[in-house]
Write a protein that binds this ligand. Structure first.
Ligand code: FAD
Length: 649
């Protein structure tokens, strides 16, 4: 057998971003021996890139803010498809999670009277985002890492070993969740530097691997976002929920080409930045949908007054939820009113003094100066939509974060589905990570404790199969022409396959979707799956990025198929899913979830013909929203969203 090392833990957390670290801290504090494993360097997770802030109804900037208002905003943002219990827990618990961070050493920006400062963001009724300039994610990760180290120091005092109860395996990639019958028994992983394989045995595994953006060509996401956790769960037998909902953030850089997609934070608009087309018009006033009409300003004057006097004015439409703004920009560009490089103009230079811009948006100032030679204190930025976040994810129980159908598997953070419905509000991810990271760690620790007398065993055959799968790209030459589908051909270059996949998803399953194009995408994905079985690499297992990519391709292809199949099935436009051929939101879809599962339930991809697709799609009705939560909305508003029978009830 190729596995050289096995270790026993109570809980294994896959991913060391905000969700993974918060889960690990919780599990360790509840007495579970916890291992954290992450693909990147410890501290380099995607969470570090979060700029704008953490949404929590602390009422520091507006005394009227409450968890109920936050819940309402989140449900409206998600167009009522949110798993409402998650949205409720999130809104109730987010303030405690932020205050807790502060007690662990986080240094947030302050109000004049010394409280944690909160800023405006799209879709949030009140200023709600606790922030650290535009580098909030960095502070969040720094604080969680500091807490983890503090726990390790405590453990050292008691056991003489810093890593006795909490250990980090950095630059290691998990390729399979292992099982003993239906129960989780551990993970199979390789060390990126040496290529060494190892197994971490554990009765509870928390998946916290983030998103899927690297399947799209233009994205704000970092290299790690290859949908690994989504695929790991699918392969272990857990379904994915509503994968059609992918958020295209309205403002990514569009120029120069090398940085296309890099995020321009929503704080730019939250702090007063405005969007204009090539004719100089603030076009967002033309794009306020009926469901939001009462809440947004009708004129530029009213919108501008709102920054100083939010009690007596309505907010500007630049602060509509992201899906609305992204579609509006897309329409302006399509109508020929775009900027020279195919975006629109985002201007703060005429709205704030230069020194305020440099103080409130330091990263944006440097980003544009260094990458595009644009001084945002003197001229407008050019921006356009970029693939940013996936609302779809592992179907979980709202309270415990347990993945559906696989005892011992838990999920939190961007990889988990449900919380954000069809569209996430800015700032609601960082709070989601903390609220559900904690819950996942807590319930994983309890699950592990319950299994203590009867720990699931790791089956050698499964570990061997995982090792053979991981080594396959080294023998692509021998396998070329021997594919069981009869598709012969030379070994394929993983980089070429990745580029074709990204182009396909960008062009055919992107921000505006059409039936024919999605069918074309599914055909192309089938072709890529067949070719990916011949993805070959040269060299050896010591740090070999081509090999790593060849392994990531399996995940990106699985996840992309889920997105395309679900997007084809949902014949309406809602949140992050826009169909040109079904342009309106349809109340009959309000209570419909789409679930993707592996067509071959044994999890062995080899048994499935890649040309025929690997995903089975089913539809389920969502759980009715609890009456006391529904009562937080006006009846007139509910009529716009809920299905006929739900209103009747
Ligand atoms: P991550 O932080 O991405 O962590 C994932 C971890 O999983 C990493 O450690 C990675 O190495 C590991 N991993 C992945 N695959 C594997 C594998 N196979 N094996 C082992 N480890 C693996 N949200 C907000 O709420 N507010 C904001 O202001 C904000 N700004 C943003 C700005 C940018 C530029 C971007 C791109 C996103 C922003 N978001 C923001 C979204 C938010 O940052 C993410 O949704 C969130 O950080 C995801 O956290 P996570 O813990 O789920 O995953």
């Amino acid at each position: 057998m190729s596995v050289v090392d096995r270790q026993e833990w109570d809980v294994v957390v896959v991913g060391a971003g905000g969700a993974g670290l918060r889960a690990a801290i919780e599990a360790r504090e509840r007495g579970a021996r916890t291992a954290v494993i992450c693909k990147s360097l410890f501290g380099k997770a995607h969470t570090v890139m979060a700029e704008g802030g953490i949404a929590a109804a602390m009422a520091n900037a507006n005394e009227h803010d409450t968890w109920q208002v936050h819940f309402r905003d989140t449900m409206r943002g998600g167009k009522f498809l949110n798993q409402w219990r998650m949205a409720e827990l999130h809104a109730r618990e987010a303030p405690d999670r932020v205050w807790e961070l502060e007690t662990w050493g986080a240094l947030f920006d302050r109000t004049k009277d010394g409280r944690i400062s909160q800023r405006n963001f799209g879709g949030h009724e009140y200023p709600r985002l606790a922030h650290v300039g535009d580098r909030t994610g960095l502070e969040l990760i720094r604080t969680l890492q500091q807490k983890a180290v503090a726990l390790q120091q405590q453990d050292f005092k008691e056991t003489g070993d810093y890593e006795s109860r909490l250990k980090v395996f950095q630059e290691c990639t998990v390729t399979r969740v292992l099982k003993d019958g239906p129960r989780v028994s551990g993970v199979f992983a390789y060390e990126r530097e040496s290529g060494r394989f190892f197994v971490l045995e554990a009765p509870a595994v928390v998946v916290a691997t983030g998103g899927i953006g690297k399947s799209f060509k233009v994205t704000s996401n970092s290299w790690e976002y290859t949908g690994d956790g989504h695929a790991l769960a699918l392969l272990a037998g857990a379904p994915l929920l509503n994968m059609e909902f992918v958020q295209f953030h309205p403002t990514g850089m569009v120029w120069p080409p090398s940085v296309k997609g890099i995020l321009v934070t929503e704080s730019v608009r939250g702090d007063g930045g405005v969007l204009r087309n090539s004719e100089g018009k603030r076009f967002m006033f033309d794009y306020v949908p009926d469901v939001f009409k009462e809440k947004y300003a009708e004129s530029e004057e009213e919108g501008d007054r709102w920054y100083e006097d939010p009690e007596h004015n309505r907010r500007p439409p630049e602060l509509l939820p992201r899906d609305e703004v992204a579609r509006a920009i897309n329409s302006e560009v399509k109508a020929g009113r775009g900027s020279p490089h195919g975006g629109v103009f985002l201007d703060v230079s005429t709205r704030m003094p230069a020194e305020v811009i440099r103080r409130r948006l330091p990263s944006m100032y440097h980003q544009f100066k260094e990458l595009a030679d644009v001084d945002i204190t003197a001229e407008a930025m050019e921006v356009g939509p970029t693939c940013h976040y996936v609302m779809g994810g592992i179907a979980v129980d709202s309270d415990t974060a347990a993945a559906r159908g696989v005892p011992g598997l838990f999920a939190a953070g961007e990889v988990a589905g449900g919380m954000h419905g069809s569209n996430r509000l800015g700032g609601n991810s960082l709070s989601d990570l903390l609220v559900f990271g904690r819950r996942a760690g807590w319930h994983a620790a309890e699950h592990a404790a319950r299994q203590a007398g009867d720990r699931p065993a790791v089956d050698d055959a499964q570990a061997d199969a995982a090792s053979a799968e991981a080594l396959r790209p080294f023998s692509a030459e021998a396998e070329a022409g021997a594919d069981r589908t009869g598709e012969a051909g030379p070994p394929e270059n993983p980089y070429t396959l990745h580029q074709e996949l990204q182009q396909t998803m960008n062009d055919l399953v992107g921000i505006i979707r059409r039936e024919g194009e999605m069918e074309q995408a599914l055909e192309k994905l089938a072709e890529l799956r067949v070719r990916a079985r011949r993805a070959g690499v040269e060299g050896h297992r010591q740090f070999n990025p081509g090999w790593h990519l060849a392994l990531d391709l399996r995940n990106m292809l699985l996840v992309s198929e889920c997105v395309a199949r679900a997007a084809l099935e949902r014949t309406e436009s809602r949140g992050g899913h826009t169909r040109e051929d079904h342009p309106t939101m349809d109340r009959r879809w309000r209570n419909a979830n789409l679930l993707c599962a592996l067509a071959d339930p044994t999890g062995g991809l080899a048994a499935t013909d890649p040309a025929r697709g690997q995903i089975r799609l089913t539809r389920e009705t969502t759980e009715p929203i609890r009456p006391d939560l529904l009562a937080l909305f006006e009846k007139e508003e509910l009529v716009k969203y809920l299905a006929e029978e739900e209103l009747y009830e």
